[in-house]
Design a binder for this molecule. Structure first.
Ligand SMILES: [Mg+2]
Length: 339
């Protein structure tokens, strides 16, 4: 099997802000795997919060290339199983490799990834569109510039969180979900959950920092007026079980957990435990979004707007049309690099 890496910098349509900072462009690393005349694509992004640059991710991938190049891909989880131990400290690298392998296995079998996993595409949840942190008026303007979605995910973690949701609620009847990205304390989360519940919010993602005391998670779990989903607290398969005791659901991201292979395990386990399931994304290209979309048959909620936020997507794949995810033609994830 042959592996090649492609670096791209994808500009955003407009600056995107969450509680931790602002970005105007997204550096991405595309992995291309070729075997028996078929090509699979995987992707990961640079990320300051998780401490990964394209250089560090490329170095991790290059370290395991000799192992991967010897593989004869038949199953989608083969690369993951072969290198998961060696890449235990770089889920971003592992994720890009696993996505490419799952895509390639699908293309070799002539099936989509979800068909390869025995899943069916019926009654899929719609994606939300994310509204980043900005002046309250600018957030309302952003929502109004993007009408027709049934779900908006609003980034919070400001002194005017409730004012923002009151303003957005005045502008739409659509479902509103909150992502606090670790910005609140336990008491703040409980108080805000009451006000947000009164404003018709559906759920809250990651109110507390992942390293907050366990007692604080328990307090929010028991006191919150809205369901609370784990994101930064639920990164890899081992986190699902402990999260089940202090969250009502989990948000899985491919680059945090190490790709599609562990994501399927985490979502299946979460459903067995009675937890709500969601898949989120980074600001990323249609390669990453097409991969994450393969998980829709296992989801209650989806947040797959990453490629829509780009001004210039270097790839093609699934099309997210006002939240409805339309599959690309062809097997695997259906994604392709444009040039
Ligand atoms: Mg989140």
């Amino acid at each position: 099997m042959k592996v090649s890496l492609h670096e791209r910098t994808a500009p955003l349509k407009k600056p995107f802000t969450i509680s931790r900072g602002t970005i105007t462009e997204q550096p991405v690393l595309i992995v291309e795997m070729e075997h028996n005349g078929k090509r699979g694509f995987g992707e990961t992004t640079a990320n300051d919060y998780y401490g990964h640059t394209l250089e560090s991710i490329s170095a991790s991938i290059n370290k395991v290339l000799p192992t991967i190049e010897q593989l004869d891909v038949v199953r989608g989880d083969e690369v993951y199983n072969a290198v998961v131990a060696e890449l235990a400290n770089d889920m971003f690298a592992l994720s890009a490799l696993d996505i490419a392998c799952q895509d390639l296995a699908g293309r070799l079998a002539g099936k989509t990834c979800f068909e390869n996993w025995g899943l069916e595409w019926t009654g899929m949840p719609e994606s939300s569109l994310t509204i980043g942190i900005d002046d309250t008026d600018a957030m309302v303007a952003n929502l109004k510039e993007n009408p027709g979605w049934n779900n908006y995910k609003v980034k919070l973690g400001t002194p005017r969180d409730i004012e923002i949701i009151e303003a957005l609620r005045g502008a739409t009847d659509a479902k509103l979900r909150i992502d606090a990205n670790c910005a609140w304390t336990a008491d703040e989360a409980i108080e805000k959950s009451k006000q947000l519940a009164d404003l018709g919010v559906e759920f809250i993602e990651q109110p507390l920092p992942f390293d907050a005391p366990r007692a604080d998670f328990k307090k929010v779990y028991e006191g919150s007026h809205l369901p609370v989903l784990a994101d930064e607290s639920c990164r890899v398969p081992e986190h699902v079980e402990p999260c089940g005791e202090v969250f009502h659901g989990i948000n899985v991201k491919l680059c945090k957990c190490g790709g599609l292979t562990p994501a399927v395990l985490m979502l299946t386990k979460a459903r067995e435990m009675g937890l709500k399931t969601m898949v989120g994304c980074m600001v990323e290209t249609s390669i990453g979004i097409s991969a994450a979309s393969q998980l829709l048959p296992l989801l209650d909620f989806a947040d797959l707007d990453g490629a829509i936020l780009l001004g210039n997507d270097p790839a093609t794949g699934v099309v997210v049309d006002h939240g409805k995810v339309n599959l690309a033609d062809g097997p695997g994830t259906g994604a392709r690099l444009k040039d």
